[in-house]
Design a protein around this ligand. Structure first.
Ligand code: GLY
Length: 292
């Protein structure tokens, strides 16, 4: 892609999506990608675009993050989020937070701090000091029996060639209190490096962490374009009998995505093709993001 070009992709989680929920997933992802695309088109930063796109997904009860988070075994909501700036390799992440309305905003506020990850009350105190909205997301009280373990995320590349990746999750329904998955762990649920590319993942957090799945896809982008590199999720997930989805943008701004879950809601666009495309299965996007 030319200098000055931009690209963005968001996801709404690797999971099964019922026909009655499909439209909400397509539209929610499209709205978030459009928000990020507006920022990139007028010369805004990849970090800002990724943060705002993910905050929109957190505010949408369709998705398991922020407002739509699921409850753990104790009936509580605990959320994780992480963001990375591929220009500086700065990382910001929060985990097991209860009283932060948009966890991705707290993660983004961490980008300028020496620590990369704050958990629980320390993260909430930090968010409060930064003036962020520190109430639990309204309506985040889905009963533990809600199935699934999805997540939301965004990867963006701005006109200056900088890449950012962001991921946010409400965790796994009915899980042990205090459990933290892949979403706030760099190299697992997200990673970005301008020299190579960026990724955001969703799926079985423990399997993603045990296989360093985010790092693997980034490593694969050293030699292959994003759509090809994304296919590297399949072997490690098959080995562990787990499921995952990944979105990716390589250093040249090319977009890729892959999943072995039943569905994976995504939306993407670029300065070359600014009309946002949304989909809930890779069969729908393989014609525009070929991986063979
Ligand atoms: N992938 C989200 C989680 O496992 O927590």
């Amino acid at each position: 892609m030319d200098k000055g070009s931009w690209s963005i992709i968001v996801h709404g989680g690797a999971k099964a999506i019922s026909p009655s929920d499909a439209e909400a997933h397509r539209q929610g992802c499209a709205r978030a990608a459009e928000r990020g695309a507006e920022i990139l088109a007028r010369g805004g930063s990849a970090v800002d675009a990724a943060r705002r796109a993910v905050a929109m997904l957190e505010d949408d009860p369709t998705f398991n993050a922020g407002h739509g988070s699921v409850a753990n075994a104790a009936g509580d909501i605990e959320m994780d989020a992480g963001i990375m700036d591929g220009a500086t390799l700065a990382i910001g992440a929060v985990a097991a937070v209860v009283r932060i309305h948009n966890p991705i905003d707290a993660a983004a506020a961490m980008l300028g701090e020496p620590p990369i990850l704050l958990v629980g009350k320390g993260a909430e105190r930090f968010a409060y000091k930064k003036g962020l909205r520190c109430t639990p997301p309204t309506g985040a009280s889905t009963p533990p029996e809600k199935p699934g373990h999805d997540t939301v995320g965004c990867v963006a590349r701005d006109r200056a060639g900088h890449i950012a990746a962001a991921t946010s999750t409400g965790g796994i329904a009915g899980t042990l209190p205090g459990r933290v998955g892949d979403a706030p762990l760099p190299g697992c649920g997200f990673y970005a490096d301008d020299k190579v590319g960026g990724v955001s993942l969703s799926g079985d957090g423990e399997a993603i962490a045990r296989t360093l799945l985010g790092a693997r896809i980034v490593r694969a982008m050293e030699d292959r374009r994003a759509a090809l590199a994304a296919q590297d999720i399949h072997e490690p997930m098959q080995r562990l009998g787990a499921e995952a989805g990944v979105i990716a943008i390589d250093a040249a701004g090319r977009i890729g995505a892959a999943h072995n879950s039943e569905n994976f809601a995504v939306a993407f666009g670029s300065s070359e093709k600014p009309v946002i495309i949304s989909a809930i299965h890779q069969d729908e996007w393989k014609a525009v993001l070929p991986h063979d």
